[in-house]
Design a protein around this ligand. Structure first.
Ligand code: NAD
Length: 483
């Protein structure tokens, strides 16, 4: 055992006293929290401990109707009539409040989601605030969005988000919609509703006119009611490819416009001339960040065959150092899996890797007894036909394939129904350009991975979705051009 393995970190837990979780939450409609008409509720739990955090309102048709009507009223009477610079001021105000309350949001997100506090504190919440700042600046500059002199908002946008980056996905959706002059009804995922409900309080704190933002909680049935509501103009969905296809069918032939951000199976390609230590960091970040619950994760590692042994040895050494456990501890690298259902999906797909003949490796580590956990896992000897090479696992599981020539790397990387992300590791700029030009992926990183910026459009090809989020391209998904 090397000395570094003997090094222990003292516990450094963040305090959960920073948040005030109510025992029950209503629906946020027309600027107020209201009880659901049916009185139905569901619970949200901390996936790291299985402790119940709160009771959440379950929205049905009557509630959906009220929320859409509130958004329509606010669009017609207030938001679309407001001078754009005034809209921008509200977005700036929301951004500033998010910055002021970052720690509170980070703790709440970690408790409800299971992801490490280091990530919510340093990535999720600061990036969410950055999205509001960025789009605040756009509100009075829409004539520069490339859609003609006088682009118009769609009207009422329904926005449905997943559980992997709850607050960040909310910001990706709400900030451009409001900047463009739309009003919204947003539904967070059923396992992570708490930060969206805290965001509703931020809307109140910012004095946002009632009905501009409405937050409805519930499950897929609630989402489906929103998508099918006749008075909705725009549907923005982030989630699984299966549900994305169902939404595309549901709105086909209607006036509704859609943005779909779906799944991925990103190839992280390491050429023989790459800086190996940097590539190792990038691979770890690419698949173990956020427990691998990342649509653009580098979940397929493609290694040039002649460096496979050296790279895998270094990668395993590095994975041995990953600290797994209490997500509220500031030293934790890998937190809890978000739900029992997701853990079941990860286990089933990883088990298919064993059955189909790939070789599994995990570091020796002790997992907590309560909650939902999965160790960092690598499969080698993976062939392109294996399920773990084709299907999105959405967990901390890396499938390793090899290639001999750059052309073979491209063919393997593109051999997927998805087309969201890819990574390229090489010390040759010309090879980066040659490879990037041939990869069919919406986002391609070179000598880095999982870098995000509000100004940079994000989205996929093929079954990874329609449209982009972020930047001018993302904004245009919320505007009708006049040309
Ligand atoms: P999911 O599709 O099951 O659920 C996502 C959201 O859709 C939830 O709020 C859910 O309640 C709602 N929903 C479920 N069924 C619905 C229906 N029939 N009609 C309307 N809404 C419905 O996905 P998930 O398991 O929560 O999230 C994981 C998936 O999201 C992964 O596939 C991941 O790749 C994808 N994702 C994509 C991006 C991206 O930007 N491309 C980002 C994050 C996550």
């Amino acid at each position: 055992m090397s000395n570094v393995n003997k090094f222990e970190y003292a516990p450094a837990p963040e305090s959960s006293a920073l948040v005030d979780i109510k025992s029950e939450y209503g629906l946020f409609i027309n600027g107020k929290f209201v009880a659901p008409k049916s009185g139905k509720t569901f619970i949200t739990i901390n996936p790291a401990t299985e402790e119940v955090l709160s009771k959440i309102a379950y929205a049905e048709l009557a509630d959906v109707n009220l929320a859409v009507a509130a958004a329509r009223g606010a669009f017609t009477k207030t938001w679309s009539k407001m001078p754009p610079a005034e809209r921008g001021k509200y977005l700036f105000k929301i951004a500033r409040i998010l910055q002021e309350r970052t720690r509170e949001f980070a703790v709440l997100e970690t408790l409800d989601n299971g992801k490490p506090i280091r990530e919510t504190r340093d990535t999720d919440i600061p990036l969410a605030a950055a999205h509001f700042f960025y789009h605040a600046g756009w509100a009075d500059k829409l004539s520069y969005a490339g859609l003609g002199q006088n682009p118009k908002p769609y009207g009422v946008a329904v926005q449905i988000i997943p559980w992997n980056f709850p607050m960040l996905m909310l910001a990706w959706k709400i900030a451009p919609a409001l900047a463009a002059g739309n009003t919204v009804v947003l539904k967070p995922a059923e396992t992570t509703p708490l930060t969206a409900l805290l965001f509703a309080e931020v809307c109140q704190q910012a004095g946002l006119p009632a009905g501009v933002v409405n937050i409805i909680t519930g499950d897929g049935a609630t989402g489906s009611l929103l998508v099918n509501h006749p008075d909705v103009d725009k549907v923005a969905f982030t989630g699984s490819t299966g549900v994305g296809k169902a939404i595309a069918k549901a709105i086909a032939g209607s006036k509704k416009s859609a943005t779909l951000e779906l799944g991925g199976k990103g190839a992280n390609i390491v050429f023989e001339d790459a800086a190996i230590d940097e590539a190792v960091e990038g691979i770890v970040n690419g698949i173990f960040f956020n427990q691998g619950h990342v649509c653009c994760a580098g979940s397929r590692l493609l290694i040039q065959e002649n460096i496979q042994d050296e790279l895998l040895e270094k990668l395993k050494e590095r994975i041995n150092l990953i600290r797994i456990g209490n997500p509220m501890d500031k030293n934790t690298d890998l937190g809890a899996i978000n739900s029992a259902a997701q853990l079941g999906r990860i286990k089933a797909l990883a088990d298919s890797g064993d059955i189909e003949g790939a070789m599994r490796w995990s570091p020796s580590c002790t997992l907590p007894t309560a909650g939902f956990w999965y160790p960092p896992t690598i499969f080698t000897g993976v062939s392109q036909s294996h399920r773990i090479a084709r299907e999105e696992i959405f967990g901390p599981v890396l499938s390793v394939l090899t290639f001999r020539t750059p052309q073979e790397a491209i063919e393997k990387a593109n051999n997927t129904p998805f087309g969201l992300s890819a990574g390229i590791w090489t010390d040759k700029g010309s090879k980066i350009l040659w490879t990037a030009k041939r990869l069919r992926a919406g986002v391609i990183w070179a000598n880095t991975f999982n870098k995000f910026d509000p100004a940079s459009p994000f989205g996929g090809y093929k079954e990874s979705g329609w449209g982009r989020e972020g930047g001018r391209h993302g904004l245009s998904g919320y505007l009708k051009g006049d040309n």
